[in-house]
Write a protein that binds this ligand. Structure first.
Ligand code: ADP
Ligand code: MG
Length: 269
């Protein structure tokens, strides 16, 4: 089983069309779960709705959307609506039996709402602010995913989680993919994005151990920092290999499975 996270950055138009052949080939003898992002699409539509989007940075250097109630609603509409359905339709058009669901459906993703957020303000000082509607994933229920997989459907999951009070919470797509991969005991989790992998001083880091990945986290720029963090989470949850790579190349998934110019993160042993 492999979990493929498709980033919003690559979704718009640059995803290589040969990805469908890749999927069909893999599906002959394996299962695929797709998790997607779509942050830019959320920002664009929320802004059109008159909701100015704000981003905050944690003391660990992780950037996230500040999600008030209205933003949580816009996030859910765009992620589970437009973004999810456009992925499902393009998969169906290419012969892949896709079903779009959100992390809320069948209570796949449960998360603890972050009541307070520790953020770094403009002056570089730590500050505690009202948490809003973001969550930290604490449980994954695979039953709906398994039902779909058994019937040869490809689940396409949007990153929304159910809070303790049954409110919907914005969760990060990369970390959602990591948790779903861990819970499904996937062999691999693959992050398709718009760069070849983790770049340090312009050089692609091809192999990384989890301990080095953790150590490097604070030095990695926004966007990639969450992928590397998600890779470490997936590995800690028992996934054997986490791969970050470019989705715009030909046969992107096969290439990454063959470790061609990408970042592969593995456990310490
Ligand atoms: P996605 O939509 O796939 O999640 P993001 O934009 O969130 O994509 O993350 C990928 C981006 O991370 C890249 O386009 C790049 O601009 C940025 N980035 C920041 N630091 C690094 C780094 N050290 N190596 C590679 N990319 C980086
Ligand atoms: Mg991202």
């Amino acid at each position: 089983m492999i979990v493929v996270k498709i980033g919003g950055s690559i979704l718009s138009d640059t995803l290589h069309t040969s990805i469908f052949d890749d999927f069909l080939r893999i599906l002959r003898n394996d299962k695929i779960i797709i998790v997607h992002g779509g942050g830019n699409q959320v920002t664009s539509i929320a802004t059109k709705l008159g909701l100015e989007q704000r981003f905050v940075v944690s003391p660990q250097g992780i950037k996230s959307r500040y999600t008030d109630r209205q933003t949580a609603e816009a996030y859910t509409m765009v992620m589970s609506g437009q973004v999810n359905k456009s992925i499902v339709t393009v998969l169906l058009k290419n012969g892949i039996n896709a079903v779009g669901i959100s992390g809320i459906d069948g209570a796949i993703l449960r998360a603890e709402r972050k009541r307070r957020l520790l953020v770094i303000n403009e002056k570089g000082r730590k500050m505690s602010i009202e948490g809003g509607y973001t969550g930290k994933i604490d449980r994954v229920n695979n039953s709906l995913i398994n039902v779909l997989l058994e019937r040869d459907f490809v689940p396409v999951i949007s990153p929304i989680a159910l809070g303790e009070e049954f409110e919907y919470l914005n969760v990060d797509g990369d970390r959602a993919a990591a948790h779903i991969a861990g819970s499904a005991q996937a062999d691999k989790v693959i992050f398709l994005t718009n760069v070849p992998g983790l770049l340090i001083n312009g050089r692609l880091i091809e192999d990384l151990k989890i301990s080095d990945a953790k150590r490097m986290l604070p030095t990695i720029g926004f966007g990639m920092e969450k992928k590397v963090l998600a890779c470490t989470e997936a590995l800690e949850l028992g996934v054997r290999e986490a791969i970050i790579g470019d989705g715009s190349r030909e046969n992107p998934v096969s290439r990454l499975l063959a470790h061609e110019s990408c970042t592969v993160i593995t456990g310490n042993e």
